[in-house]
Design a protein around this ligand. Sequence first.
Ligand code: NAD
Ligand code: MG
Length: 390
Amino acid sequence: MKVRVQGRLGISLLGATGSIGETARRVIARHPDRFRIVAMTANRDRAKLAAAAVEWPEARLGLVEPGADPIPSQWCGGRACLVAAATDPDAHIVLNAIVGAAGLEATLAAVGVGKRVALANKESLVVGGALVERAVKAGGGEIIPVDSEHSALLQCLTGRIGGPGPGLHPVQGVRRMVITASGGPFRTWDAARIAAATREDALKHPTWAMGRKITVDSATLVNKALEVIEAHVLFGIPYDRIEVVVHPQSIVHSMVEFDDGSVLAQLGVPSMELPVLYALSHPDRVADAGVPRFDPVASSPLTFEPVRHEAFPALALGVAAGRTGGAAPAVFNAANEVAVSRFLDGSLPFGAIPASIDRALDRLGGMAGKDLSSLLAADAAARSLVQEYR
Ligand code: NAD
Ligand code: MG
């Protein structure tokens, strides 16, 4: 969507029933003159999807796992519904809010037919960054990040005369990108206490309300590792020019330092509404009264701390996997997905999440990852390894 289209832009919303999906439906509903939802998908939460369809009666619906009961005949069932929604001819923008590597295929399909992908599903870029870049070049689509840190980085870059427009351009004139991290619920805990943290502890995020998987990823700092890789892929910036700093208030969403030493940051109260809206409107801004107002005095003080790597080993493991390349980031991601789901179902302790990732990378981190089938093979191998982990 390189050219502004007159009239309302069609949006295909993948993962419509999740945390980002709900936020997106709320934001889009505030701008009926500008946007309309043309398709929505969910994994298996049929009741929530049906409720969302009441708000958007014209949207085509897809349910990946319909279960035993038949779904209405006009709904699409199975994994094929994701690619169908991602390539829907009425969609100008595909908002990919699926969680996990399951979102990759839809991202590839959408950019491959020239769509703008407003991407919350960071795992797409972690698992298949090079493939997505190739599909963007071949199909003429573009990726605009929804992740708040990357939205902040893009907004800082877009404000620069001669800066990159929409798309995956290499970043010149940028000395450093500084990605902020809240530090999660265990920011001040020691390593032994973190290793024994309960599910309730891990799901209590201090500043953001999100889906369960990303909430646990924020507690291990796996989320920050995924975001460093995401920034590397999105902006073409080398790993040694990306830094992470802990910022417990989650007000400064990230910063860009330019060659002359100037540092630009983007600020706001922690809400995904603005990053979702910006991903739809970039490089324009849309007047919106819904995003909570920032009050500098009420938000004070803003503080910054270094990452305690000894307490959060997953961050360095993920960045190392990103530097290794090939299938290593896919192995990192898949091992984490399984470890997190096992932690949530009670079959692995919290401390086993980084340990499982470490072990998977040790065994499988050298696997090839030049095409989709080799990446999927590495993903599957890491999943079965961590599934057996005791
Ligand atoms: P969530 O668990 O709340 O929602 C996930 C959505 O994806 C649901 O609609 C679910 O039905 C669907 N889904 C789940 N598994 C699927 C599968 N195998 N195939 C197809 N659809 C599937 O997750 P969320 O918190 O909304 O996060 C979504 C994505 O956005 C993640 O990649 C996350 O890292 C990213 N993100 C989320 C936030 C946030 O505030 N929640 C912030 C930044 C980035
Ligand atoms: Mg983020």
